[in-house]
Design a protein around this ligand. Structure first.
Ligand code: FMN
Length: 315
């Protein structure tokens, strides 16, 4: 497989990879083939007015194909929202079986459902026969131990699932420790489905190494490392790497002004930009120092003086 043929999926990062981010990122740092949108939670008795689905409307998702992600376990609500998404033109949705947030896992949702395989199969038995779109799953190795997904995978073999994205951590780890390629390898042996690798792909070398270990995989999902180094996807694909400094500055400028129009007041705006800088600061070493400076900014003027200074020093 050539570097251009490697299929890259932008991971959902709630609070950052919304439609505005996805559009501008793809414009300035092309290379991703598709994205999973951050999860939405189906609401009971909602008619899903356009405002509630604003991140998923086709108009604002023109330059990168996306798959909406749903997080919940109520079959009726799930199916209702799936029908609404089908009306919007979507052909596939993704079920989140990986979210590690305690508020979610306590309710046996996200990765909190992995210790209960019967509930997962029950959900699929009820949903799949009338689901108007295809279904993929994004999951982790387990919630509390790595046997959970290993035991579940063979039981999913006969379900019509398009693919299973596996993030090589446990739910209870949150984002601590490293993603575990060996545990991923054991999962791969247990499934007949198409599997996508996710977790800590943070350099071209790392991906090449993983491709050597798992030559049968076609798709790779990247999240935080693409936010930390937006050039990573282009480097993986071997795309031209001209005008890096201008590209990163234009991307930042356009994103800032897009959110300035959308969000009310400087604290929301700076809060939003800081979520990205938590990762982007790795492109401005020393990271800890850059992040500390950005974190302190509480006016727009202060923010721009700090950001301009970082750009001047680093790019
Ligand atoms: C702040 C944050 C928000 C996330 N939001 C979602 C989400 O909405 N849905 C989801 O499936 N995963 C979510 N994830 C997990 C990522 O999609 C991805 O699986 C994880 O970061 C590991 O991949 P990476 O090492 O390439 O970042 C989130 C991760 C972070 C750090």
């Amino acid at each position: 497989m050539t570097r251009q043929q490697t299929q890259l999926i932008l991971a959902p990062i709630r609070g950052i990879t919304d439609c505005h981010f996805r559009t501008l990122f793809q414009k300035h740092f092309p290379g991703f083939d598709s994205a999973i949108a951050p999860f939405i939670t189906p609401q009971r008795y909602s008619s899903y007015k356009p405002k509630q689905l604003k991140d998923l409307l086709p108009d604002v998702n023109q330059n990168l194909p996306i798959i909406p992600q749903l997080l919940n376990t109520d079959t009726e609500d799930f199916l209702f929202l799936a029908h609404r998404l089908a009306e919007l033109g979507y052909k596939e949705i993704n079920w989140n079986l990986g979210c590690p947030a305690p508020m979610v896992t306590h309710k046996h949702r996200g990765s909190g459902l992995l210790p209960f395989p019967e509930k997962i199969l029950d959900f699929l038995d009820q949903v799949l026969p009338t689901l108007p779109v295809k279904l993929s799953i994004k999951t982790r190795l387990g919630y509390a131990n790595k046997q959970e997904l290993l035991r579940l995978l063979p039981r999913l073999d006969d379900y019509p699932i398009t693919e299973i994205i596996i993030h090589g951590r446990l739910g209870k780890q949150l984002y601590r420790g490293n993603s575990d390629p060996r545990a991923f390898a054991r999962c791969l042996e247990q499934s007949r489905h198409s599997i996508v690798y996710n977790g800590d792909i943070n350099s071209v070398e790392k991906l090449l190494n993983l491709q050597e270990q798992f030559p049968q995989l076609e798709k790779w999902m990247i999240g935080r490392a693409a936010l930390a180094n937006p050039f990573l996807v282009g480097d993986i694909k071997g795309l031209p790497d001209n005008s890096r400094s201008e590209r990163i500055q234009c991307f930042h400028y356009e994103l800032f002004h897009c959110y300035k129009e959308l969000l009310s007041g400087p604290s929301h705006l700076l809060g939003r930009m800081k979520q990205l800088w938590l990762y982007l600061s790795f492109s401005f070493p020393p990271q800890a120092k850059s992040w500390k400076k950005i974190k302190k900014c509480n006016t727009e003027t202060h923010y721009w003086t700090t950001v301009d200074d970082l750009f001047k020093k680093n790019h």
